[in-house]
Design a protein around this ligand. Structure first.
Ligand SMILES: C[S@@+](CC[C@H](N)C(=O)[O-])C[C@H]1O[C@@H](n2cnc3c(N)ncnc32)[C@H](O)[C@@H]1O
Length: 401
């Protein structure tokens, strides 16, 4: 049975310790601008992952956050993951979020609060069963709150061994308040026990163990000079000493391979989902454009054609493939493009929209009045991305008798 209880601001004190004492150390270690990798394991409906986004984005600034931070968020419960991806929360869920963060990180859509899409993309949601699947590796922070407690001691130990491998040196493990068993672990040591924040105890590598073995060889040789006439620890002893370590290293390499493929799978799953979403939106756009009687042209800021709808092709006889990418004002169509320079310039200079009616000739040679409207194309930050031009046949309204 999966228990999904979660929340944005559970255990505020522990999160405060993470924010004020632990994360600054991680950022200091990574002050060379290296990527920062975080895993929210057992993320349920996503609140914990989005909380991590908020904490790190506040510390780094949005731009740097987007460039450097990857938050993997996994669970084995697919419906919970679907909710997490939708990033849409009701009144009850958001009531613990401080108002300034709510305002900065959520958009209100139809009575729900939706996490901002531009930051949402830094969280990659995927399925991962902690008992069976390989962990995501090279982590700076692993948040695994209120999930470990559902496993028995044996399973916890196995999972902890994998967590150890998955963390970078100095990496941090952040557990839930009720998760005590770890204090007995030999592979993690508490950094802040009340907040259940731990760091990994480094294990010696094969190279270090071999060095130690060979140093031991020399030392033992000196100590045993009396009894060992050749003054040397037999090489096979050093080699035997290294065998379990070699085995360990092979296991680590194997784990690493698994982990990489697991991470790739999670990323692929996310990519597939986003491609599906993109295809759906493109299909949606295409059918809206196809059903409009108005022709639509989109120009970028250099006034090159980005979109040329089928209706525009019908009007002027130029196919989208011929127009897209071309300089708009150099096209040869039956619309007197020079007349559009003023309105387009007006929009580039800050006017929201402009409209004119011009004499034009369609692809069949028929003269008609064409109403052309130009409008600014703005992105979510209201920055100008280009110009939208709408074209349609203009019927002079009949006068009332
Ligand atoms: C109580 S919630 C914790 C949510 C969040 N970490 C928090 O502290 O707010 C426990 C989550 O662990 C997940 N879980 C349980 N067993 C799991 C397993 N073997 N692998 C992955 N996720 C598991 C459940 O689906 C559930 O979403």
């Amino acid at each position: 049975m999966l228990i999904n209880v979660t929340g944005f601001f559970r255990d505020p004190d522990a999160w405060e310790t993470l924010k004020t004492e632990i994360l600054p150390q991680i950022l200091e270690r990574k002050r060379n601008g290296a990527p920062i990798r975080v895993w929210s394991a057992g993320c349920s409906t996503g609140e914990e992952a989005y909380r991590l986004v908020m904490v790190l984005a506040e510390m780094l600034g949005w731009e740097e956050f987007r460039a450097r931070v990857k938050i993997y968020a996994t669970d084995m419960d697919e419906p919970a993951l679907a909710e997490a991806r939708s990033a849409s929360y009701g009144e009850k869920s958001i009531e613990t979020i401080p108002p300034h963060l709510l305002k900065r990180y959520f958009e209100q859509v139809g009575g729900r609060y939706v996490f901002r899409p531009e930051l949402r993309r830094c969280a990659i949601f995927g399925r991962n069963n902690l008992a069976l699947d390989a962990p995501i590796s090279h982590l700076d922070l692993r948040v695994r709150r209120n999930t470990l407690m559902y496993f028995n001691a044996d399973a916890q130990n196995r999972i902890l061994a994998r967590f150890h491998f998955a963390l970078n040196p100095g990496g941090i493990l952040f557990l839930g308040r009720a998760e005590m068993l770890l204090t007995r672990s030999s592979v993690f040591t508490p950094v802040d026990l009340p907040s259940r924040i731990f760091t990994k105890v480094p294990k010696t590598s094969l190279r270090e163990r071999l060095m130690l073995a060979s140093e031991g060889e020399v030392r033992t040789a000196n100590e045993n000079k009396e009894v060992e006439p050749h003054g040397k620890l037999p090489l096979h002893e050093a080699a035997l000493d290294a065998v379990p370590v070699a085995h360990e290293s092979l296991e680590a390499a194997y784990e690493e391979l698994h982990s990489t493929s697991e991470e790739l799978e999670t990323t692929n799953e996310e990519l597939r989902r986003r491609t599906d979403e993109l295809n759906r939106v493109s299909g949606y756009m295409a059918s809206i454009l196809a059903s409009m009687q108005t022709g639509v042209v989109v120009l970028d800021n250099d006034l090159r054609v980005q979109l040329w709808s089928d209706r525009v092709e019908e009007l002027w006889g130029v196919r989208p493939g011929e127009a897209e990418g071309e300089a708009f004002f150099e096209l040869d169509i039956g619309l007197p493009l020079d007349r559009l320079r003023g309105p387009v310039r007006g929009c580039l200079d800050g006017k929201q929209s402009e409209e004119i009616v011009v004499e034009a000739t369609n692809r069949r040679g028929r003269a008609f009045q064409c109403r052309v409207s130009c409008a600014q194309l703005l992105d979510a930050k209201t920055e100008l991305q280009g110009i939208i031009i709408l074209m349609e046949e203009w019927q002079i309204p009949e006068r009332a008798p």
